[in-house]
Design a protein around this ligand. Structure first.
Ligand SMILES: [Zn+2]
Ligand SMILES: [Zn+2]
Length: 264
């Protein structure tokens, strides 16, 4: 599996890609090309061009969840008729602190453009990559909490982000997780991936871990990484500097930026 970071908050010195607080990865596994999240703007398209990646070649789009730092770039993608895999709540209206943070394309728009596979259950998307669907809660320190409001069945309700999911690659060395924002909890995601793939070994994780404060949640997350002997740890997007420093004391964490290529 080859993963190229098309969009991230960080850019590397002397590499002139466009950064923004968002996520987009281009993933190739066997003969399948997957676009995982689409960033906030069209910057991922410009970066793909500079990196020599032809987005016309993608066979599948996967959205980790509906927030516009992951779905915003959809409106710039000129690619129709392919499969788009995500949770059924992804395209619901979402509102937080006075801002519309939903996908710019609503359910009517995407159902016209894409072959939708909206699933709460895991979905196999290539030889060894699975979309996890809705993530159950395994750990008390990663209970769901509301972030803004969402419209469901014509009612505005607290948004517990049930749409937030991730994908997992089944490698020879164990599971490699690719997350968007991990609103569902990065440890919950890893624990669920073990069950879906029937493999207890976690080889690595790239993506947003949703860790900001140096607190009990962070300490328990670090312990989970240690207990599971996770080798490749790439925290990015929604992980604060303070959280990275704390993780770095106990774990061998790696830097992520636009243009990073991982061959797993
Ligand atoms: Zn989010
Ligand atoms: Zn995000």
């Amino acid at each position: 599996m080859k993963l190229t970071v098309l969009e991230d908050n960080n850019t590397y010195i002397d590499m002139y890609y466009l950064g923004e607080p968002a996520v987009s990865y281009f993933i190739e596994d066997g003969g399948t090309s997957i676009l995982f999240d689409t960033g906030y703007s069209d910057a991922y398209i410009a970066n793909a061009r500079t990196l020599g990646i032809d987005l016309d070649s993608i066979d599948r789009i996967v959205l980790s969840h509906g927030h516009n730092d992951h779905s915003g770039g959809l409106r710039y993608l000129d690619k129709h008729g392919i499969k788009l895999i995500t949770h059924p709540d992804t395209f619901n209206y979402k509102f937080h602190e006075g801002l519309d943070i939903s996908s710019p394309l609503n359910m009517d728009d995407v159902s016209r453009i894409y072959d939708l596979n909206l699933s709460k259950e895991p979905v196999q998307i290539s030889d060894n990559i699975f979309f996890l669907g809705e993530i159950p809660v395994f750990f008390d320190f990663e209970k769901r909490y509301a972030l803004g409001k969402t419209r469901k069945d014509n009612q505005m309700i607290d948004d517990y982000l049930y749409d937030d999911s991730a994908i997992v690659y089944r490698s020879d060395k164990g599971l490699f997780m690719i997350s968007g924002c991990s609103h569902s909890g990065i440890c919950n995601i890893m624990e669920y991936a073990k069950k879906v793939c029937n493999d207890e070994r976690i080889y690595g994780v790239i993506g947003g871990y949703h860790l900001f404060n140096v607190d009990e949640r962070l300490r328990k997350t670090i312990r989970y990484f240690k207990n599971n002997k996770v080798e490749l740890i790439y925290p990015c997007h929604c992980v604060s500097l303070a959280a990275k420093i704390e993780m770095g004391k106990a774990l061998d964490i790696k830097e992520v930026g636009v243009g990073l290529v991982l061959d797993i």
